[in-house]
Design a protein around this ligand. Structure first.
Ligand SMILES: [Fe+2]
Length: 197
């Protein structure tokens, strides 16, 4: 471990450092997304149950412009495995988007609605996309949304209180070439998010 890594480790919460080590072990053992997600999900369920060990007040700092506040808890080398919290302002959410990698999310505080979409165009026109909604489900604290890289979803906080969830991505989502989709315009554009810290 070099000095920089040592400083990052010491600044990181012990529970999150342990979670990152377990996640790295899973990713080193297989490239199969279904297997990765099957093994990651119980770790995230455990993290939600153990929130007293790692949830901090700063994770509830919101971003009114964006509608959600993002705090990175761990970032692997080369923009790889990334752990972050996302809080959602009341009645706010995201447009439909993909992640450019596998992703898994567990609810921590409050309920978050996930709408799932399927792409129905052939992807041949750059910047154009047509989506069909194929499902919607409310995820409660402790419930995991496990998403292979083909998943397109939008998240919404229907409640009147800020919600919080813990997110794990196979790659840092701002460097994974992912997209957001505008259902009315039928457009696909890059989806880059802002971080609170
Ligand atoms: Fe997402």
């Amino acid at each position: 471990m070099n000095q920089k890594e040592g400083q990052m480790m010491s600044a990181e919460n012990r529970f999150i450092t342990g979670l990152a080590m377990e996640l790295r072990g899973i990713c080193a053992a297989t490239d199969d997304e279904a297997e990765i997600l099957a093994r990651v999900s119980p770790l995230l369920e455990h993290a939600a149950m153990s929130q007293a060990e790692w949830v901090e007040e700063r994770m509830f700092e919101t971003n009114r412009e964006q509608g959600f506040g993002v705090h990175v808890l761990h970032e692997g080398p080369d923009r790889g495995l990334t752990i972050m919290t996302v809080n959602w302002l009341p009645q706010r959410g995201t447009p439909p988007h993909n992640h450019g990698t596998w992703a898994a999310v567990v609810g921590v505080v409050g309920d978050e609605r996930n709408d799932f979409y399927q792409r129905v165009d052939d992807g041949s026109r750059a910047g154009h996309a047509e989506l069909r909604r194929i499902g919607s489900r409310l995820f409660r604290p402790g419930e995991v949304v496990a998403m292979p890289s083909t998943t397109i979803h939008g998240v919404w906080n229907d409640s009147e209180a800020v919600t919080l969830s813990l997110h794990v991505y196979g790659r840092h989502p701002n460097y994974a070439g992912r997209s957001q989709f505008d259902l009315e315009r039928g457009s696909e554009t890059p989806f880059v998010i802002k971080f609170s810290d």
